[in-house]
Design a protein around this ligand. Structure first.
Ligand SMILES: CSC[C@H]1O[C@@H](n2cnc3c(O)ncnc32)[C@H](O)[C@@H]1O
Ligand SMILES: [Zn+2]
Length: 437
């Protein structure tokens, strides 16, 4: 046995949401071999490493189901604006000058931030996505990565045909990697023509990978698509034959009950990004309705220019509270549902639920431990409510991916965080001056 994590409260996030007080998790070759009581049948095997959780919460690593990791570079660059003005007047011009090296460094910073706050897996959409895969691999994180596809020439691959080639090359290159999945990621219905969307969907279906796309994020988007195609974004995608169980529909804010039924019919997954939706004043996604209708809702931060951080603990808190105040119902999106969104639902959305998302024998050892020995974590009557309403990302004391310790006591094992910050600070000076990195 390689690793024994003991003396913690285990939140398994399995189908029965089993909680084990004074539990232990055993890991061999990156795989969970047992999850149970501390004093269960002692194993004959002596672990190479034993970690005492000191009464903390042992749970699955959090899954960020939608982000643009390298946008750490633009954190706070343009705030307090609506989506279209924010994108067209500030973010797209800054991204026009972005380079592969900037994406690599920005993503390393994102990986550092995510590991320090208990995120072990993320789904990314950006430019120069090869660099995102390299950065995630360097950090040791699990990642679903996708080069953005849209109608205009990309600073990364140039014309669209080269974009599909770029994705294909990435798929070949990373196919045997244990942590990286290459997805197909058209940006949105307002930036992608029908031909692009159908080609992307065919590619994702043939390769059996997720198709990730922004859908119905703002009222303006719905109006635009109705004017252009005579139907809403969801119906447009459905009529094109694009929707299916591998589709991750990011945001999905402005949906009618009939469109939710379309999601249900095609088993579309939703990546809910409440903080981005609040900050850009995009609206409130019908998450309580999605959940009661059996639609899988995962949780994402979106990029750092619209959030402005990658802390899924804050995102869980925001998700739970946003839907309570919006529906004026304190029972809407309870704490356990928020934790599910950030763990097992994230895994389902990304097609990774056979491997991660819960602590069960046979699954990959993507595990975090949350310290409960701090004034703001005492006392603890309910672990879900503690995680969602009291904990912060900085309470995470251990982040493990594939059985490897990547963060312990807020120190990273794979990244030199000072160097990573200095690199981004140097680039930020040039970005602020309008020169790119
Ligand atoms: C080039 S990759 C992704 C592309 O999307 C932009 N983006 C970031 N956040 C959002 C959002 O909430 N809706 C739509 N597009 C978004 C990002 O800046 C990149 O250009
Ligand atoms: Zn996004």
């Amino acid at each position: 046995m390689d690793l024994l994590i003991k003396n913690g409260m285990i939140l398994t996030m399995n189908a029965g949401l089993e909680v084990i007080e004074k539990g232990a998790v055993r890991v061999r070759d990156g795989i969970i071999i047992s999850v149970g009581k501390d004093d269960m049948e002692p194993s004959q095997e002596v672990p190479t490493r034993e970690i005492d959780a000191h009464g903390g919460i042992i749970m699955p690593g959090l899954i960020n189901s939608h982000t643009h990791a390298a946008m750490t570079l633009f954190r706070g660059l343009a705030d307090d604006l609506p989506l279209m003005e924010w994108l067209n007047d500030h973010i797209f011009p800054a991204e026009a000058k972005i380079t592969a090296d900037m994406v690599y460094r920005g993503t390393l910073l994102a990986c550092a931030e995510m590991l320090l706050s208990g995120t072990t897996c993320f789904c990314d959409m950006y430019l120069f996505e090869e660099e995102v895969a390299k950065a995630a691999s360097k950090a040791g994180m699990r990642a679903v990565v996708g080069e953005v596809l849209y109608d205009f020439p990309s600073p990364c691959y140039g014309p669209l045909d080269k974009g599909f080639e770029y994705v294909k090359t990435m798929m070949e290159k990373w196919k045997a990697h244990p942590l990286i999945t290459v997805a197909v990621e058209p940006h949105a219905t307002y930036t992608c023509a029908p031909e692009l969307l159908t080609r992307a969907a065919d590619m994702a279906r043939t390769r059996q990978v997720p198709l990730v796309i922004h859908v119905a994020e703002t009222r303006n988007e719905v109006k635009l698509i109705k004017e252009k195609y005579g139907k809403t974004p969801v119906n447009f995608l459905a009529d094109l034959g694009i929707l299916g169980p591998n589709v991750v529909a990011c945001h999905s804010v402005h949906l009618t009950p009939e469109e939710r039924a379309v999601y249900r019919k095609f088993d579309v997954k939703v990546a809910h990004c409440p903080e981005s939706n609040m900050k850009l004043a995009s609206g409130v996604a019908p998450v309580p309705e999605f959940l009661s209708e059996g639609i899988c809702v995962a949780l994402g931060t979106d990029g750092c220019a619209s959030n402005n951080d990658l802390d899924l603990f804050q995102e869980m808190d925001s998700a739970a509270k946003l839907h309570k105040v919006f529906s004026m119902n304190p029972e809407a999106v309870d704490a356990a549902s928020a934790v599910k969104m950030a763990t097992i639902n994230g895994a389902r959305a990304l097609g990774l639920d056979e491997s991660v998302g819960s602590l069960e024998p046979g699954k990959k050892a993507d595990i975090i431990v949350v310290d409960t020995r701090s004034p703001h974590m005492v006392p603890m009557y309910n672990p879900y409510s503690q995680l969602v309403y009291a904990a912060k990302g900085s309470d995470v004391m251990l982040s493990i991916v594939d059985g490897k310790v990547l963060m312990e006591n807020q120190a990273l094992t794979t990244l030199d965080v000072d160097q990573v910050m200095d690199d981004v600070l140097a680039m930020a000076k040039k970005i602020a001056a309008g020169d790119g990195g």
